[in-house]
Design a protein. Structure first.
Lengths: 313, 354
């Protein structure tokens, strides 16, 4: 019994040891470079699953196969028009040639710092050779603002974008990708995460924004007052029009009536003007003579003459 | 305070090696032949334990066999190859995940507390608009994992990558809108455009994530500029008010003036009708009188005259009849309608009006 146990120990333990040191697994997101005594052996392996190597002599170096992120340090960069801004970029890359990557950069941390140098540099170049607007806008889309907002806002930003954010970042990407290729690294994307004004510039921008808003506010107020005056004027005009129109029509109507009346009178009274005068005068007496009237009449008058005489005329 | 003395613990502690030896002496003979069995038993127990896995209802299990992806399993109990040959990565595909930008919910629940005053959060929210102004935009992104395989094996640090592309796409969209649009009319469009852009990036980056919603939270001008933005709003209100007041005045007066005009016109028409009717009436009367008059003009004339004078005299208060044959007599005028002083040589007949 003791002998079998000893045999088991002698055989099984080294066998297990050899087994464990020669087998290794690669997970879905890994790729591997094998070195034998420091010498790279064969092609890198990217196939996930169980793999074997020569025990003790071979070493497994694992690298990520996934998209890796790179985050740049926020960088203070002057644009073409000498505006200082913070530009904060990020990128996406992966190790396409693990062997070369292993030889040149060894590990991800090292790679990150090389990427920092290269992409930050390219970002700086790109930003510095374009106006700020190129990095901010992606198209020449027209703002859908009220016309007077647009008029004020347009003042600075009206200059057309020739490149735009997308093409600008693509340019950074293209140039940096060319450089990092030799590290076995594929750089697929560089994006601007944040752009912000440097503090001093920001204060100036705030001042500008405040004065712009003031202008808009003043303009709005004055437009309000102008429009109100216009409406008041319209009201005044309408009132005068309505009233004078009414007066004119009334005069027309009364005038016509007066004319008609005059014609009627003339036709009738024209038959005997003398009689008309006589009749009208007689009719006027009761109106002209009232309780406060004193009459002096001579006895020569037709009415009183019989007071004096009964003679025929 | 003292514990009861332990029944087994004597003043002299037994040497552990002695104890082991005595245990072995007692148990040894019994298990000596069955040691492999015992080892096997332990292995089976371990295997059974590591072969069982449970996937929760909101998850999906991604199975890796020796590192190789062999498939996914739905929620429920599952058996896998033991001893770590099979590994199950659980991915919460049903759960709605959320990322916040520019603020953090510090205490979720009935009341959400926003903590947005840290400088990093402020930087997260601060962005340039297309007219080179600055706006402070807070938003959330809601997403779900739609491709667990991509989510696990295509991107390292998916969460931070998602945050980066969210920020980038929001800024890209805000950078193409004016500050005024971002603050007011364009909010909805900013949210939906940045969702589209973000989904595009998420797909391109193979994150395996489906963006469900991008929701803008507070969107403000930066604090130092805020009062002037409020001033604009106020000014717009003032403008509206001035215009409305002017219209109110107009509406108050114009209809009334129209009514008054109508009134004047109707009155004029009334006057016209009256005037013509009167004229017709009077003319008619005259014609009729005149016709009768023509038959015997003299008599009629005299009669009319006398009637009129009689009537007139009846009305007058004072009548003074002067005999014109008496020369040089001047009738006295009296101011008051009282007694008439008799004037010498004049025959005055005074009649009191009834």
């Amino acid at each position: 019994m003791n002998r079998t146990l000893a045999a088991l120990t002698v055989l099984v333990i080294p066998a297990a040891l050899v087994g464990f040191t020669s087998a290794y697994t690669i997970t879905e997101h890994e790729q591997v470079v094998i070195t034998r005594f420091g010498q790279p052996r064969g092609q890198p392996i990217a196939e996930p699953g169980l793999h074997f190597k020569v025990p003790f002599a071979d070493t497994v170096h694992r690298f990520d196969k996934r998209w890796l992120d790179w985050r740049g340090d926020p960088n203070q960069i002057p644009t073409k028009e000498k505006k200082y801004i913070w530009v904060d970029t990020f990128g996406r890359w992966r190790i396409v040639d693990p062997l070369r990557f292993f030889q040149r950069l060894r590990d991800e941390r090292n790679a990150q710092s090389r990427l920092d140098d290269i992409i930050d540099g390219e970002t700086r170049n790109a930003i510095a050779s374009f106006a700020l607007i190129e990095a901010v806008r992606s198209s020449n889309r027209k703002f859908e603002d009220d016309e007077y907002f647009a008029e004020i806002e347009g003042a600075e930003a009206l200059e057309k974008v020739t490149l735009g954010r997308d093409k600008l970042t693509r340019q950074i990407r293209d140039r940096a990708a060319e450089v990092v290729k030799e590290f076995g690294v594929e750089l697929v994307d560089v994006q601007i995460r944040r752009i912000n004004y440097v503090d001093e510039v920001q204060l100036k921008v705030f001042d500008r924004m405040i004065s712009e808003r003031r202008r808009i506010a003043e303009r709005s107020r004055s437009e309000g007052m102008g429009r109100a005056a216009e409406i008041r004027g319209q009201r005044e005009r309408d009132l005068k029009a309505i009233r004078s129109e009414a007066y004119r029509k009334a005069q027309e109507v009364t005038g016509k009536a007066d004319a008609q009346a005059t014609r009627i009178y003339a036709e009738a009274f024209g038959r005997d003007p003398e009689f008309f005068q006589f009749l009208r005068t007689l009719e006027a007496y009761p109106k002209a003579i009232d309780a406060s009237t004193s009459l002096f009449l001579g006895t020569n008058s037709e009415f009183y003459r019989y007071l004096r005489t009964s003679k025929r005329q | 305070m003292a514990w009861d003395p332990r029944p087994l613990g004597g003043p002299e502690r037994p040497d552990p090696r002695d104890v082991a030896r005595s245990v072995w002496k007692h148990l040894g003979p019994r298990i000596r032949g069955r040691l492999p069995l015992l080892v096997l038993g332990v292995l089976v127990a371990l295997g059974a334990l590591t072969a069982y896995a449970q996937v929760e209802p909101d998850e999906v299990g991604v199975i890796l066999r020796l590192g190789r992806f062999i498939g996914t399993v739905e929620p429920g109990p599952h058996l896998r190859l033991p001893f770590g040959i099979d590994r199950i990565n659980k991915v919460p595909v049903q759960r709605q995940l959320k990322a916040e930008f520019g603020f953090r919910t510090t205490r979720a629940g009935v009341q959400t507390v926003y903590g947005g005053d840290k400088p990093e959060l402020a930087r997260e929210a601060l962005m340039l608009t297309g007219d080179l102004n600055v706006a402070v935009v807070e938003w959330i992104v809601q997403y779900k994992i739609k491709e667990p395989y991509q989510y696990l094996f295509k991107v390292k640090n998916v969460e931070s990558m998602l945050r980066d592309i969210s920020e980038a796409s929001m800024r890209a969209v805000v950078g193409d809108h004016s500050v005024n649009e971002v603050l007011t009319t364009g909010r909805q469009r900013v949210a939906s455009e940045s969702k589209v852009l973000l989904q595009g990036l998420a797909d391109r980056y193979e994150t395996g994530v489906e963006i469900q919603q991008v929701v803008l939270q507070d969107v403000n001008p930066p604090d130092p500029v805020k009062p002037s933005f409020n001033e604009v709003n106020q000014a717009i209100q003032e403008k509206e008010r001035a215009i409305n007041e002017a219209y109110a005045e107009l509406n108050r007066e114009i209809p009334r003036a129209r009514g008054e005009a109508e009134e004047a016109l109707r009155a004029a028409e009334g006057y016209a009708i009256e005037r013509v009717n009167r004229a017709k009436g009077e003319a008619d009367r005259f014609v009729r009188i005149h016709e009768e008059y023509r038959r015997s003009p003299d008599v009629t004339r005299r009669r009319m005259y006398l009637d009129a004078v009689a009537d007139a005299l009846q009305r007058a208060k004072q009548k003074v009849v002067v005999d014109e044959s008496q020369k040089g007599v001047t009738p006295m005028l009296w101011m008051d309608g009282g007694k008439a002083p008799a004037t010498a040589g004049a025959t005055a007949k005074t009649q009191e009006h009834p």
